[in-house]
Ligand binder design. Structure first.
Ligand SMILES: [Zn+2]
Length: 285
């Protein structure tokens, strides 16, 4: 599949084929027979549905890519259905480019929907020309679509890995994760989250990849970290269990569609990885 190229500045593309990422709330409107692809259409809209807001996302090869919105109570015509973005991301075989464009559409729609009035003086925002941002003309305050980084880290020590589980996860174990705080870099965040959640110290923190996580606007930044010292002291408010597992006696772990599953796969296969996770220019060295 051709790479998705964002339109910047967000002008109208000139491709002859058009695809539409149509959102109804958090769900993507899709063809019942082709649930992982955007809807076909013309520069004026998708062929199968009447939308409200529309805007350009970018291009994918010769294909012009657009986003559009239908109201939450919109009745879909025969042949259309919705798929929740979380479920789309977990579908086996869905192309990373589709997830990237759909996530981009969802986050821009949310930003445009929720950012009507200036948070400083209450005046109506106006679009900044050739930009996704908004500006308040009376007080000159500007805002842009937010992205909130969060780290996710695999703690390893030889052939052991320290995994955690939460209430409601059943038998599944996964990695330590948490939001980056103001004034913090990723490496400090990894060390802090590990200390807070499982009480141990880590070092040799290495970046392995990232994944867009548009709920509502995170990017998950993945790391491997080597155990340095300390006994497990679990944050009982956040976790149900935390323990070491041997490489050859692993519990149920997340699927490879999740970044946690992919980082575990990298460690289990003893790979050294750099670059982006989930097929976006992934490089293994
Ligand atoms: Zn203002």
């Amino acid at each position: 599949m051709e790479p998705f190229i964002r339109a910047y500045p967000p002008n109208r593309p000139t491709g002859s084929v058009h695809r539409w990422y149509v959102l109804r709330g958090d769900d993507l409107v899709v063809d019942v027979h082709n649930t992982t692809n955007p809807l076909p259409g013309t520069p004026h809209g998708p062929t199968a549905i009447t939308t409200t807001e529309q805007f350009v996302l970018g291009t994918q090869g010769d294909v012009s890519v657009y986003a559009a919105v239908v109201p939450a109570d919109c009745e879909l015509s025969e042949g259309l259905q919705t798929i929740n973005l979380r479920n789309l991301m977990n579908l086996p075989g869905v192309q990373p480019e589709v997830i990237m464009a759909a996530s981009y559409a969802k986050q821009l729609v949310e930003f445009r929907t929720l950012s009507r009035f200036c948070t400083r003086c209450g005046s109506l925002y106006r679009s900044i020309p050739n930009n996704w941002g908004y500006r308040c003309e009376p007080c000159k305050f500007e805002i842009f679509p937010p992205v909130s980084p969060a780290i996710i880290v695999l703690i390893h020590s030889g052939d052991r890995v320290l995994l955690t589980t939460k209430v409601g996860w059943g038998d599944r174990y996964s990695l330590v994760a948490g939001f980056t705080e103001p004034g913090e870099n990723f490496e400090s965040c990894v060390a802090r989250e590990v200390r807070e959640e499982v009480g141990v110290e880590v070092h040799n923190i290495r970046y392995v990849g990232s994944q867009c996580w548009p709920f509502p606007h995170q990017v998950m930044v993945g790391f491997l970290a080597e155990y340095k010292s300390g006994d497990i002291v679990m944050d009982a408010e956040e976790l149900a269990d935390a323990r070491w597992f041997d490489r050859d006696a692993m519990p149920l772990i997340p699927p490879p569609t999740a970044i946690s599953g992919q980082i575990l796969d990298i460690w289990l296969k003893k790979q050294t990885a750099t670059g982006m996770i989930r097929g976006f220019d992934q490089v293994l060295v």
